[in-house]
Design a protein around this ligand. Sequence first.
Ligand code: 5GP
Length: 207
Amino acid sequence: MSAKRSGIAFVICAPSGAGKTTLSRRLLDKFPRMVLSVSCTTRLPRPGESSGRDYEFIDEQEFILRRDSGFFAEWAEVHGQFYGTPLDATWKLIAGGRDVLFDIDVQGASQIRSSLPGARLIFILPPSLHELERRLRERGTEKEEDLKIRMSAAARELSQAHWFDSWIINADLEQAFQDLCATYISATLSPSRRPGFLAKLLSEWGD
Ligand code: 5GP
């Protein structure tokens, strides 16, 4: 009996400071079947980032050309830069049985919900806004002015969390990771991921 199944789209959103990057990396390390969707962006690479692994870094003119030709499954402007998920590459991965992790913002998640109907949408929440602010301060990467911008962006993003499929409340990183693994495994167990399996099983009756 074949154990083949189609891949799934697993979308993770969170305000900055909620632990999305750490949790996503751990998930990708633990489950080799899962791959990260590599987005295109107009923002410049940060130190240590490479094109093709973290993002495909392109200029605004190229982004607009691609966007207008239907190249993207979703796209959004985030913090003044464009970001988009290539449609073809995503389809090929999912059809080939790979599970694809999308690290995108809430505008993109809402478009994926329409364009990939079986996608599982996960929102990572901080236990409180006070704790989120504490973590952002501890990170020490933000100036006071930027911190205020991040906090008001966080409140805006959190106001969209109600339409997601699952919430991971990251009060404790280990517990949040266990919850995320459970959510992912449960998504892979949906009967819709194994088209034809039941019919084949029942066809063995009387063999
Ligand atoms: P950063 O520039 O820090 O890597 O990402 C900034 C924000 O853009 C993050 O919230 C990230 O999830 C989001 N983002 C990254 N790639 C995409 C994408 O392809 N589409 C959308 N909608 N958002 C993205």
